[in-house]
Design a protein around this ligand. Structure first.
Ligand SMILES: Nc1ncnc2c1ncn2[C@@H]1O[C@H](COP(=O)(O)OP(=O)(O)OP(=O)(O)O)[C@@H](O)[C@H]1O
Ligand SMILES: [Mg+2]
Length: 365
């Protein structure tokens, strides 16, 4: 780092100086030479000359006699290059104004001793800002990459689940049904043997139970109703399944047209809904859940309200609330928003809003 810095110091510093008094040019140049830096100073004395020089090459620093248009021009044509006014007179108000307009500093010609420290400070600050911008940029880039990766992983996972669900349901289901048919054929052949008949009956019962388990597994992986009948039907189904399994009363009110958005939206809403129900089972200690799905003004709104202990603000914003972060990420992926709110002892409300028009979705998983 130090080596880099000293290397930077030994590199020539390109300074553009706008000054129409030759005596002042000489004085300023002389003062700057006291910095011990390797300098290439280009001096111009008109606005046109200034503009031409800005176009011709890049500079590390601009010094200018008091002329605001020069500052404006430099801000447009040499963004990020430090700009110091070196001027004969400058009232305090005007000075403050120049800084507001984007000048880095100002130095009075009567106090030229300040010039070199002002230049050093401006260069240092510019370098720091550049480093900061770079760090921010790379942070943003890695954040974008992470987000893309999360989206990708989620859609890969969803595809995988759909495929496994289909295979489990179709292939294994058919094989088991085939076995059942064979058993019933055997049963016909062995009519007189009550011992074997009993065995066949047990086997047949086991096959039925296995088919049921297999259907349940396939449905848990990805409910077929989501793809065949859409989101509203899937939410109703999931709500009643939840009630049956947990004993928590679950009321579902649907007020949405069934011409529902396409697959990625359905999947996102459904998975968020499932995650919300899982949280209710695990954390809420609720006895009742109200679910609403409404469609209004090209928006689809899903609300899930429980009457449990109520999520706290700390839990909502906690960095370890990975489940909630995942829900937010899913909502963002389909151009939507999700909010969580809780009242102590009065329950938790999760509200998801997504654009129902697919064209409004920014990037589809
Ligand atoms: N319906 C709810 N009622 C009360 N508290 C809740 C509710 N939902 C979430 N919380 C609180 O918010 C926290 C964060 O939820 P989140 O889903 O992010 O994490 P988790 O469920 O604990 O773990 P997981 O990563 O497995 O989902 C929970 O630990 C819980 O304390
Ligand atoms: Mg959770």
């Amino acid at each position: 780092m130090n080596q880099e810095k000293s290397k930077a110091r030994s590199e020539a510093l390109r300074i553009l100086l706008l000054e129409d008094s030759p005596a002042d040019v000489e004085l300023i140049t002389h003062t700057l030479c006291g910095s011990g830096r390797n300098l290439i100073i280009t001096s111009v004395d008109t606005r046109d000359g200034f503009e031409t020089e800005l176009r011709r090459q890049a500079h590390d620093l601009i010094l200018s006699d008091y002329r605001l248009p020069a500052l404006e021009m430099a801000r447009k044509m040499a963004r990020g290059v430090p700009f110091i006014f070196v001027t004969g007179t400058l009232g305090e108000e005007v000075a403050i104004d120049t800084l507001k307009q984007g000048a880095t500093d100002y130095v009075l010609k009567t106090r030229l001793a300040r010039l070199v420290p002002a230049v050093e400070r401006a260069l240092r600050e510019t370098e720091q800002k550049r480093e900061r911008d770079q760090a921010e940029e790379s942070l943003r880039a890695s954040h974008d990459q992470l987000r893309a990766l999360a989206t990708h992983l989620q859609s890969v996972r969803e595809e995988e689940r759909t495929r496994i669900a289909r295979e489990v349901h179709d292939e294994l289901g058919q094989a088991l049904t085939g076995l059942k048919l064979d058993l019933s054929w055997l049963s016909g052949r062995l009519r007189g043997d009550s011992g074997l008949q009993g065995k066949i009956k047990t086997m047949s019962g086991q096959i039925d139970a296995t088919i049921l388990a297999l259907r349940r597994i396939a449905t848990e992986l990805r409910p077929g109703v989501l793809d065949s009948l859409g989101l509203a039907a899937a939410i109703e189904w999931q709500g009643s399944d939840f009630q049956e399994r947990t004993g928590i009363r679950c009321e579902v009110k649907i007020d949405a047209a069934e011409t529902m958005p396409e697959k990625s939206l359905n999947t996102a809403c459904f998975r968020i809904f499932q995650e919300t129900l899982t949280n209710i089972i695990r954390h809420a200690n609720a006895t009742r859940v109200e679910v609403g799905l409404t469609q209004a003004n090209h928006e689809l709104i899903l609300t899930v309200r429980d009457n449990g202990r109520g999520i706290t603000e700390k839990e909502i914003t906690h960095a370890r609330s990975i489940g909630l972060i995942g829900m937010k990420e899913r909502a963002t992926q389909v151009g939507g928003e999700i909010s969580f709110s809780g009242r102590p002892g009065r329950g938790t409300t999760v509200r998801l809003t997504v654009p129902a028009a697919p064209s409004a979705i920014p990037n589809q998983p």
